[in-house]
Design a protein around this ligand. Structure first.
Ligand code: NAD
Length: 291
């Protein structure tokens, strides 16, 4: 059992914090919005009025925040984790952010005696609710081992993939596969519907063959029904494609498919779909096809 300070109780953070309480940890949470905090308290956790109160004295500090600027504010800002966490605390950042930001956070944290892991996740809201997330971890082996009880409470598959920032590179790779798959499932639906075939039966049979995927399993029903409640917002996937394309540029590699998917996701935002689920790429393909 550990005392845990948890900041960022949104779509992903709220169920993750709940699982940590259920696993016997003493969890104190903070979010700018009361919804996730109320849910944590109802599950047996505690509410904090700010970051400092949530993390002071905690053995483990966790963040699950949208973007780089939120992590930077919560970590480096006044009353933030760097200032308020106790030396020796293990800081696990589950957010998806740029690898360079994770590296900067880890270096600053280490100077103050914090142990820091970047640990972005995959599995979506359902993976968080069912505690079966895949967790890609960057940092030191002994810190990864110390974090096992936390990973076991919220996830099913977790791997140490390298030093600080490495988890974020793997997450970027994950997101280009997810974005590309959504784009192609969207194109498959548009093609089948335009050809007048039974797209539902079509996707059922496709899901039994080589093109099977978790995305087809979990999302084909809602895509066919044009239900785009997030889930994972287009805005956040756009951020992730920015991370992937920047990583490709600095590694001097060509990722042409990723560039195409990034453009489609950018188009989804410009068309006003940013707050919809990323499966709303279907709407962009329909727009392009005049359907
Ligand atoms: P979300 O917007 O639902 O939740 C983020 C929460 O952070 C919000 O409740 C917000 O109020 C809170 N927050 C922001 N700034 C804060 C601050 N300064 N102090 C306290 N709280 C603050 O986002 P989400 O969907 O839970 O995603 C979180 C992260 O997880 C993102 O990096 C995302 O890319 C990643 N992720 C999301 C999914 C998904 O399916 N939603 C899947 C995998 C990874």
């Amino acid at each position: 059992m550990s005392t845990i300070g948890f900041v960022g109780l949104g779509i992903m953070g709220a169920p993750m914090a709940r699982h940590l309480v259920a696993a016997g940890h003493e969890v104190t949470g903070h979010d700018l919005s009361p919804r996730g905090v109320d849910a944590l308290v109802a599950a047996g956790g505690h509410a904090a009025s700010g970051v400092a109160e949530a993390v002071a004295g905690a053995e483990v500090v966790i963040t699950m925040l949208p973007q780089d600027e939120h992590v930077e504010e919560v970590f480096f800002g006044p009353g933030g984790i760097l200032e308020s966490a106790k030396p020796g605390a293990l800081y696990i950042d589950f957010s998806t952010i740029r690898p360079e930001t994770s590296q900067r956070v880890a270096a600053a944290g280490r100077e103050r005696g914090l142990r820091v892991l970047d640990a972005p996740v995959s599995g979506g809201e359902k993976g968080a609710v069912d505690a079966v997330l895949s967790i890609m971890v960057g940092g030191a082996r002994e810190d990864f081992d110390a974090a096992r009880p936390v990973f076991e409470a919220v996830g099913r598959t977790f791997e140490l993939v390298g030093g600080s920032g490495a988890g974020q590179y793997v997450k970027a790779a994950n997101q280009l596969i997810v974005g590309g798959t959504f784009g192609l499932v969207a194109e498959a639906i548009v093609l089948m519907e335009a050809a007048g075939v039974d797209a539902r039966a079509g996707l059922d049979v496709i899901a039994g063959g080589l093109a099977a995927s978790r995305i087809l399993d979990l999302k084909r029903g809602s895509m066919l029904a044009r239900s785009f409640e997030p889930g994972f917002r287009i805005d956040l996937h756009h951020k992730d494609m920015g991370i992937a394309t920047a990583a490709a540029r600095s590694a001097d590699v060509a990722l042409p498919m990723t560039g195409l998917v990034a453009s489609l996701i950018a188009a989804a935002r410009s068309r006003g779909y940013g707050s919809l689920d990323h499966s709303a790429l279907l709407k962009v393909v329909e727009d392009l096809s005049g359907r």
